[in-house]
Write a protein that binds this ligand. Structure first.
Ligand code: UDP
Length: 147
């Protein structure tokens, strides 16, 4: 049996309930799952993204075939931006979210349980979660400049 000798680091991550999730009334369900896991909500804000914000947030995807559809989708309505805090929350939230493609996301995950209309695209997958401590700090600064 493995024994933990150190307490896992408390981290912050950026979670987005994307426009499909907000439109479908899933914001509360996503927040409930975050809190049920034991994470803390450090900041929450409903806003509609701008092309400038998205070009920075999704900088690594600029130029890819799915980039413009992704931007159009993210501009299609309000997004709920959340800063969640807790031990190893970056990896932990991505585990709650499930794989990028909802068709293969495991049951019990947000995407696995709740994604709909995903037959031809992985675009509308309800949530975003930062993928590393560096991404988390960069993304939190973009969506919550006053934090
Ligand atoms: N996406 C897409 N087609 C792809 C890959 C990604 O439409 O082939 C969208 C999808 O909404 C995804 C987002 O672009 O959540 C960002 O992609 P990333 O690979 O960073 O996945 P994530 O970290 O969100 O799981």
């Amino acid at each position: 049996m493995t024994q933990e000798t150190t307490v896992p680091a408390v981290e912050r991550t950026l979670v987005l309930v994307k426009p499909d999730g907000v439109r479908r009334g899933l914001s509360g369900e996503v927040l409930r799952r975050i809190e049920a896991k034991g994470y803390t909500l450090a900041a929450v804000q409903l806003l509609t993204a701008t092309p400038e914000l998205l070009s920075q947030h999704y900088a690594e995807h600029v130029g890819k075939p799915f980039y413009q559809p992704l931007v159009d989708f993210m501009l299609s309505g309000p997004t709920l931006a959340v800063v969640a805090e807790g031990q190893r929350v970056i990896e932990g939230f991505r585990s709650l979210a499930g794989t990028t493609d909802p068709t293969t996301a495991a049951p019990g995950t947000i995407r696995g349980d709740l994604a709909r209309d995903w037959g031809t695209s992985v675009l509308q997958n309800i949530v975003h979660g930062s993928d590393s401590p560096e991404s988390a700090e960069r993304e939190i600064a973009l969506w919550f400049p006053s934090l």
